[in-house]
Design a protein around this ligand. Structure first.
Ligand SMILES: Cc1cc2nc3c(=O)[nH]c(=O)nc-3n(C[C@H](O)[C@H](O)[C@H](O)COP(=O)(O)OP(=O)(O)OC[C@H]3O[C@@H](n4cnc5c(N)ncnc54)[C@H](O)[C@@H]3O)c2cc1C
Length: 487
């Protein structure tokens, strides 16, 4: 008889898992609390402007290809992908920026201009990073995080020393120019941790950046959500929106189904892609695996203050992705990880998708997304949001030498309280749990409940970690465990 599976949430991980489970012959239903699917990767449409609410960087295209190829499909059957050139630019001061182009050859030239002798060092650094990428992405991250032995292979044994040094140390050993250091330390921020807490092995993120490049799906990242939704529906997955789960039903230590909007939906298995901490609150206390103390001791990836802004004109001196690293990173990082508070002078990131994609803004106008990384769990008020918008938009005007404040048609914000309200996120985190050495692989919250039979987890708080590619992988890992468990 067909297994019935109820999935909580419709983020990348849940959608991916639903495809694998439907392909394996299960009867799959997704229950999403919000009115639209996609979780943190939803879309905002306003006055002819279209914004990706969450992810904007499409990195590691091979992971997306691998996902679709598991269903004999290609990403190109669902969305058009463009390699961005330039990939991004980084501001350090007024009219002072470095542009990162689309090939390693061009990037090494830009490095050499900044620091003599750095191109040779960069080629060596990226060669090693590529080697790590092969091991990590092709091999390690597709393990379910059950045992430490998964990490021990003939190749990883040779790289063991890379787990005892950090990205920060490695980069600073080779490069002396502060501007180049900031660029090389930037990719690991996607893992949710500081470069000083990230093992050298994670330099594979630098290969993702410089070696593979930055892509943009035409019409935005939400097209990838729509692509997987379409695949899931082709495979027979049933998707219910506006269906918040209030309880996971457990009988005799076994998950039996869920309750949504007062109705009971029985199933053989429950899989949750909602935030891990929240999912456990849907269980009676004896069935929860991790205590409040456990969660409070974990290093969470940052939250964010985001603004989605419609500009009445085209902006100058910015690219599709533009980073503003004109202030001290260490001070901002301390306000996220050490003594959580609003940073006095924040670094920020801005995306202007309408620079390369005309579908994201009406003609002659610009869509802008601004993001300030923040500590989870801090205060969030409208006054603070307004104060920080003023801070960054004034800096933006000064750094890029243009006036934009009077050209704002609208601005919408999204911050900690919205992460909690919309996604039931623990302390309003944006990117889940950081991937530090002590929170990697088998040391992360488990895909399979140790206390409730037939209850499984997926998503950025479990293995392998935060980011869209890891969430797709997480969906596959959870689905594999379920099908293995029941075969
Ligand atoms: C601002 C921001 C920028 C980012 N930028 C990038 C980027 O550029 N590149 C990149 O690769 N990654 C990026 N990420 C990370 C990436 O978006 C996430 O890692 C990924 O989308 C997480 O997917 P998920 O399935 O784990 O969780 P989610 O997307 O959070 O999905 C969980 C779902 O569960 C639902 N849910 C919660 N509680 C319930 C309930 N009780 N009942 C029913 N449903 C429930 C939620 O509504 C949500 O839809 C970014 C994230 C954010 C927030």
């Amino acid at each position: 008889m067909k297994q019935t599976i109820n999935i909580i949430g419709s983020g990348f991980s849940s959608l991916a898992a639903s495809c694998y489970l439907a392909k394996a012959g299960c009867n799959v239903t997704i229950f999403e609390k919000n009115a639209t699917i996609g979780g943190r990767a939803r879309q905002l449409k306003k006055d002819g402007f279209v914004f990706d609410i969450g992810p904007t960087w499409y990195w590691m295209p091979d992971v997306f290809e691998r996902f679709f190829s598991d269903f004999n499909k290609k990403p190109s059957e669902y969305y058009a992908l463009e390699k961005l050139n330039p990939a991004y630019s980084v501001y350090y001061g007024k009219d002072d920026f470095i542009t990162i182009e689309d090939t390693l050859e061009k990037i090494t030239k830009a490095f050499e201009k900044e620091e003599s002798g750095s191109s040779k060092k960069l080629n060596k650094f990226i060669k090693d990073a590529k080697d790590n990428y092969e091991v990590a992405i092709k091999d390690l991250v597709y393990n379910p995080g059950i045992s430490p032995l998964e990490l021990i292979t003939p190749t990883t044994i040779k790289k063991i020393n890379q787990f005892f040094s950090t990205i920060k140390r490695d980069v600073r050993k080779e490069f002396k120019n502060d501007r180049l250091i900031k660029i090389l330390e930037f990719p690991v921020l996607f893992l949710g941790a500081k470069p000083s807490d990230t093992p050298s092995f994670y330099s594979f993120m630098n290969y993702a950046d410089f070696g593979l490049g930055t892509f943009h799906p035409k019409k935005g990242m939400y097209q990838v959500i729509l692509a997987i939704e379409s695949l899931a529906k082709e495979l027979g997955v049933n998707i219910k929106t506006e269906s918040p789960i209030d309880k996971i039903i457990v009988e005799n230590g076994e998950a039996r189904g869920i309750i949504s909007n007062g109705k009971t939906y029985l199933s053989d298995i429950v899989l949750s892609g909602a935030d891990y901490h929240h999912t456990e609150t849907l269980l009676d206390k004896p069935y929860r695996q991790y205590s409040e103390k456990y969660w409070s001791k974990k290093t969470f990836a940052p939250s964010s203050l985001l603004f989605y802004v419609g500009f009445n004109k085209k902006l100058k001196h910015v690219n599709h992705h533009t980073l503003f690293f004109d202030v001290d990173f260490e001070t901002h990082a301390k306000a996220i990880y050490d003594t959580p508070k609003w940073p006095e002078n924040p670094l920020f990131y801005a995306s202007f998708p309408s620079k390369t994609d005309s579908s994201s803004a009406p003609e002659g106008k610009e869509a802008g997304i601004f993001l300030i990384p923040l500590a989870p769990g801090i205060e969030d008020t409208q006054e603070l949001r307004d104060q920080y918008f003023e801070k960054i938009i004034s800096r933006f005007e000064n750094l890029t030498s243009q006036h934009v404040k009077n050209d704002i048609i609208f601005k919408e914000s999204f911050c900690l309280n919205d992460f909690i309200k919309d996604y039931n996120s623990y302390k309003g985190n944006a990117y889940g749990m950081a991937n530090t050495l002590s929170q990697t692989a088998f040391l992360r919250p488990k895909l399979k409940s140790k206390k409730v039979k037939n209850l499984f987890f997926t998503g950025q708080l479990t293995v392998p970690g935060p980011g869209v590619p890891p969430s797709l992988i997480s969906g596959k890992l959870a689905a594999n465990l379920i099908t293995k468990h029941h075969s």
